[in-house]
Design a protein around this ligand. Structure first.
Ligand code: WT7
Length: 659
């Protein structure tokens, strides 16, 4: 396998940046919006004065504690933080029961819209009941506090119910995105030693059944795993294989369980979930989040960054629960805040390209949170599609996952936001748990393409190679200087990797892996990853992970993967492979290798392009110079190749691609 390359600063986002920095449009909130806004300008100074005290105040405001905490932050074991020391609470009680106790039982928690057009509405009272049943059912299957539960479900209410039922009993959920393969699912089940898997027969994708249960069966087919039961939601009704004794229908176990369940308090630092994400090397990392701090920052940011008015707003975050956005801003924050939200199972173009806008109109969505890749896709489909629907309910728009180009930002504001809804571009990561950099819609004059300012109580900076803060107008590496409540508490089972990955690059600073620049106002512009992590449609993929998948195929001798600029998906996976023996004579080899990556990791990781080459550009120490391959992948003239061990390699590659 090829070795990981060193630092790469040239990214799709980075290249666009020089243009971005010419951007000088600004959109101040209207006086009316600012007047009614949840957040006021003074909040920054208040947070700055004493960060832990500021967060302690938020923790007591957004959450109900069974036992109050005695200390806001214990950083004595840095970089392992403890927030809200001594406090005890139950996440599910905070998301559900307390709202019912406060007389909000009839408020809609979830408007669910299925891909085939079926709908379900859950009030807070109903959702509470479902979660209590699921908690009882999981306990009856032997799941206890601290046990891990793998969740492999589509975007259906049972996903939220399962996560909250785990949280209620203190079990740790590990959601695996339904687009990941059986192999990827198995490695995550093994790493977390999950006891229970919750899945569905399947879902639909563009009107066609899309199975899930077969991947679970395949994942568990080889012995040596820790799973004792699989709970299966019947969703698309397709036939499934059944393992007597192991498999249980949701309808038989959960639906029939008692709806009485008393929540027990858990320590503020009790593990809430593990979520796997790609790193620069090796296997995906199990990012660990705990309870009190995570929920505080999720709920607080949901309120101030989206200007949430839970009595009147209808919130819709389009992210899948398989990603952190779905954890923080579908399952946890909206329910903790007692909001009404929309949950949609399908794709934006099924059965037609106006589906999202039809949903906005139908439920009067007022806050929409989505990703630049979706915005660019809709832009391509044309203005006339959203124009057919009444989008006047929209008052705040959010963006997440990758830098948003000013053109898409302007389109989003004009066509979806009626030229008035503020756009909040939110920078954060699986590791940060919640928003870290984002404008406050009633306070910040927003700039197309920039996430701009740290959330109150968060200390971000841009530093140079040596860790010194760069002045306005300069670029460098994005770091976080102070611990924050929703920060990851580690990598599951690997404390050393946690220190090494995030805390070794700069002393006493969290290294995010992103490049960034401060503009003349000191506002922050994100430039994309500076490591071997790609961002395809807002999903994180590791170059080395895809290279490993490629070389695990017998036809491949060597592989190098780069992220190349792509108009719709931000970046696209481009693979360069050296084939073994006469594999090149197989006319289907490229299709075979794409399918192989899909099987090893999942369809999202399939390279857009696979180029068969005779050699790979390597330095004398054997490192692949991905920078040069990126030039080829993006159709640019190849840059400085003088440090190559063999300086004819780039000509050989060019010649082979012309042939
Ligand atoms: C990486 C984290 C945060 C939830 C979704 C992705 C990129 C994320 C932005 C943004 C520029 C962004 C960064 C980051 N990213 N949001 N608003 N502007 N870049 O979570 O899979 O953990 O990926 O996504 O590169 O490091 P994730």
């Amino acid at each position: 396998m090829s070795e990981a390359n060193g630092t790469q600063t040239s990214t799709a986002a980075g290249d666009a940046l020089e243009n971005l920095l010419q951007e000088n449009r600004k959109f101040a909130p209207s006086a009316e919006f600012a007047e009614a806004a949840v957040a006021k300008p003074g909040v920054y100074a208040e947070a700055e004065a004493d960060r832990p005290a500021f967060w302690a105040k938020q923790a007591r405001e957004v959450l109900s504690w069974d036992t109050d905490f005695t200390q806001a932050l214990d950083w004595s074991g840095a970089p392992f933080a403890k927030w809200f020391v001594g406090g005890e609470l139950n996440a599910a009680y905070n998301a559900l029961d307390r709202h019912v106790e406060n007389g909000l039982g009839d408020r809609v928690a979830i408007h669910f819209e299925g891909e085939p057009g079926d709908t379900r509405t859950y009030t807070y009272a109903q959702l509470t009941e479902e979660v209590k049943k699921a908690a009882n059912a999981f306990e009856s299957l032997g799941v206890a506090k601290g046990d891990r539960v793998a969740v492999y479900l589509p975007m259906i209410p049972e996903a939220v119910i399962t996560m909250l039922a785990c949280a209620r009993i203190g079990a740790v959920h590990s959601v695996v995105f339904g687009g990941f393969s059986a192999d990827a699912l198995r490695s995550r089940i093994d790493d977390a030693e999950a006891k229970l898997v919750v899945t569905a027969d399947g879902t639909w994708r563009r009107g066609k059944p899309s199975p899930l249960k077969p991947a679970v069966d395949e994942a568990l087919s080889a012995p040596g795993h820790t799973v004792t039961n699989v709970v299966v939601v019947k969703r698309n009704g397709e036939p499934v294989d059944w393992h007597e004794g192991r498999d249980q229908w949701w309808a038989d176990t959960v639906q029939t369980a008692s709806a009485e369940h008393t929540p027990v308090p858990h320590d503020a630092e009790h593990p809430l979930f593990i979520l796997y994400t790609s790193g620069t090397t090796g296997n995906p990392k199990g990012i660990l989040h705990t309870t009190g701090g995570y929920l505080t920052q999720c709920a607080y940011t949901h309120k101030v960054v989206f200007d949430l008015k839970p009595e009147t707003d209808v919130f819709w975050c389009t992210a899948d629960i398989g990603w952190v956005t779905g954890h923080s801003y579908v399952t946890y924050a909206p329910l903790i805040n007692g909001a009404t939200q929309v949950m949609y199972e399908g794709t934006p173009d099924s059965p037609h390209q106006g589906r999202w806008w039809e949903i906005v109109e139908k439920y009067k969505v007022s806050i929409l949170y989505t990703a630049p890749t979706a915005i660019r896709t809709m832009m391509k489909w044309g203005d006339d599609i959203p124009a057919k629907y009444d989008l006047s309910s929209i008052r705040v728009l959010g963006s997440v996952g990758e830098p948003i180009n000013p053109e898409a930002w302007m389109w989003y504001r004009r066509v979806i936001g009626g030229d008035k809804a503020p756009i909040v571009d939110t920078w954060w990561q699986t590791e940060t748990g919640a928003h870290m950099i984002a404008p406050l819609p009633g306070v910040t004059a927003t700039k197309p393409g920039s996430a701009q300012v740290a959330v109150p109580g968060i200390a971000v900076d841009v530093v140079d190679e040596l860790g010194a803060s760069v002045p306005a107008g300069h670029g460098g590496y994005l770091v976080i200087r102070e611990p924050w409540p929703a920060m990851l508490r580690g990598i599951w089972g690997d404390p050393e990797r946690f220190k090494e990955t995030y805390w070794s690059r700069f002393e006493n600073m969290y290294f995010a892996g992103d490049g960034a620049k401060k503009d003349d106002d000191g506002d922050i512009w994100l430039l994309g990853r500076v490591d071997d992590v790609m961002n395809v449609s807002g999903h994180r993929l590791s170059t080395t992970e895809i290279e490993s998948a490629l070389v695990s195929h017998p036809a491949v001798a060597e592989a190098a993967v780069v992220g190349a600029k792509d108009e719709t998906t931000g970046e696209a996976v481009v693979a360069f492979v050296i084939l073994r023996g006469n594999a090149a004579e197989d006319p289907d080899i490229v299709a075979t290798l794409r399918a192989h990556v899909g099987k090893e990791i999942g369809p999202i990781a399939k390279p857009r392009t696979i180029l068969v080459v005779p050699e790979l550009p390597k330095t004398r120490s054997g490192k692949i110079m991905r920078r040069l391959l990126k030039d080829v992948a993006e159709g640019r003239e190849v840059g400085d190749a003088t440090t190559l061990a063999d300086n004819t390699v780039m000509q050989q590659i060019a010649a082979s691609l012309k042939a």
